[in-house]
Ligand binder design. Sequence first.
Ligand code: NAP
Length: 266
Amino acid sequence: MSKIKCIVAGPRGKMGSEALRLIEKEDSLELAACIDRKHEGELVKNIPGLPDLDGVIYTDAEACLLETEADVLIDLTTPEYGYKHTKLALENGVRPVVGTTGFTEDQLDELKELAEEKQLGAVIAPNFAVGAVLMMQFSKWAAKHFDDVEIIEKHHDQKLDAPSGTAVKTAQLIQEERESHKQGHPDEKETISGARGAEMDGMRIHSLRLPGLVAHQEVVFGGLGQTLTIKHDSYTRESFMSGVKLSAEQVMNFTGLVYGLEHLLD
Ligand code: NAP
């Protein structure tokens, strides 16, 4: 079987560099090139701290996608650039595997349409950790039996978007089972703005940002005389890489946009 040729966007980042280490050790994957904001024309292996790989670094994403023979773009950058790169990849016949979080609903709709129009596979997964995907699925199941729920997500303090993509996705899955209603006391008032967290369909989402954290989430359901907590912790970024590998392999086999790793696990 021929190797899947990957472009990695964000190779110096915490996730991007982990993706490079994945490519280095996986026989099914090969590095074609990288998209970065620095190091135009240099080889990955010459950048301190990055693995011994030959891919060329481009600072111009469009040039990279035009000039590189690639199957898949793995994007682990920022919401603004992740969206631009994903669009460019689809326009240039490259299948995106996107871990970057923070895309808007409108952007997701546009990318879905584009993937269909171009007849290409695409994966956008707010969380590549299999345990986190199971946490989301278990939460959807629990929502059939509990009306009230709050989500507490905790991430490192360099994260740009809040709430996390995983928290939003969890809330959306719960929404499919839960009847929309405002939670808490009908007359509750915040004495300090934001005390009750973000509101989505009456549910509350709380975002913690602290050094030392990686990616963690608790989904707390409350019922009469009981609570149920479903909790997942990613302690290192390696936890996300089996999902990246699975997505890069599977995206070659279907057309259209898949949002969420759970659709690939089944
Ligand atoms: P990070 O360490 O800040 O890495 C982001 C990298 O992207 C940085 O190296 C940054 O370069 C680079 N970058 C910014 N703009 C760029 C551009 N225009 N072209 C190319 N590279 C660019 O962040 P991270 O923790 O790796 O996270 C990256 C993304 O993945 C975030 O959206 C995060 O929420 C998401 N994430 C997803 C999962 C998942 O499982 N799906 C898990 C963890 C994180 P500079 O350093 O020069 O700014």
